[in-house]
Design a protein around this ligand. Structure first.
Ligand SMILES: [Zn+2]
Length: 103
């Protein structure tokens, strides 16, 4: 079983998804009908996300999620690195360091 990850800034459960553009995007771990991001888990267990469009509407296996940055309660404009982290796009080295830090 995959357990949700936590936002590095506010500690909320998030899902790390890979967008169509290959970027990492954190969405809230619970599906949200108000969200604008369709996500599903592919055959390898990777969460994929995209914006539903008229040409490619929601598929039966997709659910709507809210990008975490829209609801993150710990955004601190005075600290650019935290803000960047909460935008949901981080680099892998940064994430590894953060995971290793947790004790
Ligand atoms: Zn957050």
């Amino acid at each position: 079983m995959h357990r949700p990850a936590q936002c590095g800034a506010c500690g909320s459960d998030v899902l790390w998804t890979i967008t169509d553009a290959g970027k990492r995007l954190a969405v809230n771990a619970r599906p949200d009908p108000e969200g604008n991001t369709a996500a599903y888990r592919d055959g390898t267990g990777t969460w994929r996300s995209r914006r539903p469009t008229d040409e490619l509407p929601m598929a039966p296996w997709e659910r709507l999620y809210m990008p975490h940055v829209a609801t993150c309660s710990a955004r601190r404009p005075a600290e650019p690195p935290e803000t960047t982290r909460c935008l949901g796009v981080i680099n892998l080295a940064d994430e590894r360091r953060r995971r290793g830090d947790r004790r």
